[in-house]
Design a binder for this molecule. Structure first.
Ligand code: NAP
Ligand code: COA
Length: 280
């Protein structure tokens, strides 16, 4: 099993790979021998992340560019391809988010998140297709629960991530003939990330969020990275067009806190049973 999760000398490109969940994915591949290229807007952040990744001993390089800018995406992909060769794995995870009622979003505020998350994913996948290994490449879009949970103050992210998952399904069909698999990972709340710092900024809101997760805790970056490894391995060779939650079961409940309901139902059943036993 360990061997099938080895990625020695495989080439991996990760858009938005300079921090958080995406850097965790880059690290997991680098640790297993992959050559890794990351891209994000800040040259400082890609340089720091690439230096961190290179501690595993393989090639790790970073390119600065904004996924909203097709020319910048092409330049980063070209440069990464020149260093690494055809990509075995492509991850599109760049995203932006902030909490805001729709009425407080300007058209540009809404467009900004849609442009980064959805148009950015299109740009990365569309331009990378020429460099993907055919057959065999694994493409992974990093989605979010907002894709299917209508979420208050997240109109932009909900629209964008729903689009990302539909892009996953359509390209899985269009690119299946090339032997390219396209899947989405939908992380649930993942601790110690920028996303959670924005969505649940206080200890109280973090605890409330944990209450909505059947497994009772936030996930880790490693748990998301493990799914990316499996999806890119021979263990998932017949998996494409799938939208896979890695979320402790939170998507089952649409992000709602079910515990009070559960406790109330247990209390009601206990009361009914006790009443029956006492002949009530
Ligand atoms: P993060 O650390 O802020 O990661 C976002 C990454 O995207 C950074 O590397 C950032 O680097 C890059 N980026 C942002 N805008 C970009 C742009 N226009 N062009 C290129 N790169 C850009 O956030 P995270 O919380 O780990 O989230 C990572 C992914 O997981 C996102 O797709 C998010 O929607 C998804 N997700 C997160 C959670 C969670 O619990 N955190 C839950 C569900 C889904 P620069 O600033 O240098 O550009
Ligand atoms: N509420 C309402 N509108 C907001 C906002 C907020 N909290 N934050 C930004 N906006 C609006 C801006 O006012 C602007 O609209 P305007 O031109 O009509 O004034 C628009 O959004 C774009 O903002 P700007 O700061 O120019 O965008 P940017 O491209 O520099 O940065 C963001 C993009 C706003 C998403 C920024 O938060 C970012 O870079 N995020 C990346 C990290 C991240 O979000 N990580 C979590 C991933 S889940």
């Amino acid at each position: 099993m360990q061997e099938i999760l080895e990625f020695k000398d495989r080439a991996v490109f990760i858009a938005g790979g300079s921090s958080g969940i995406n850097l965790g994915i880059a690290d997991a591949f680098a640790q297993r021998g992959a050559k890794v290229a990351i891209m994000s807007r800040s040259q400082d952040r890609v340089d720091t992340a690439a230096a961190h990744l290179s501690r595993h001993g393989g090639i790790a390089c970073g390119f600065a560019g904004d996924v909203r800018d097709p020319a910048a995406v092409v330049a980063a992909l070209e440069a990464a391809h020149a260093r690494l060769g055809d990509f075995d794995v492509l991850v599109s995870g760049a995203a932006g988010n902030f909490v805001s009622p729709a009425l407080d979003m300007s058209p540009n505020a809404f467009k900004t998140v849609v442009d980064i998350d959805l148009l950015g994913t299109f740009n990365v996948l569309r331009q990378a297709h020429q460099y993907l290994r055919k057959p065999g490449a694994s493409v992974i879009n990093i989605s979010a629960p907002q894709s299917f949970n209508p979420t208050i103050f997240q109109a932009h992210a909900c629209a964008a991530k729903a689009g990302v998952d539909m892009l996953t399904r359509v390209l899985a069909i269009e690119w299946g003939g090339d032997g390219i698999r396209v899947n989405s990972i939908v992380p649930g709340p993942i601790g110690d990330t920028e996303g959670i710092r924005r969505l649940a900024p206080t200890e109280e809101t973090r605890r409330a969020m944990e209450e909505t997760i059947p497994l009772g805790r936030m996930g880790t970056r490693k748990e998301v990275a493990d799914m990316a490894l499996v999806l890119s391995s021979g263990l998932a060779s017949f998996v494409t067009g799938a939208v896979i939650p890695v979320d402790g079961g939170s998507s089952l409940l649409g992000g709602r806190d079910y515990r009070e309901t559960y406790k109330a139902s247990v209390a009601a059943r206990t009361a009914a049973r006790t009443g029956a036993e006492h002949g009530a």
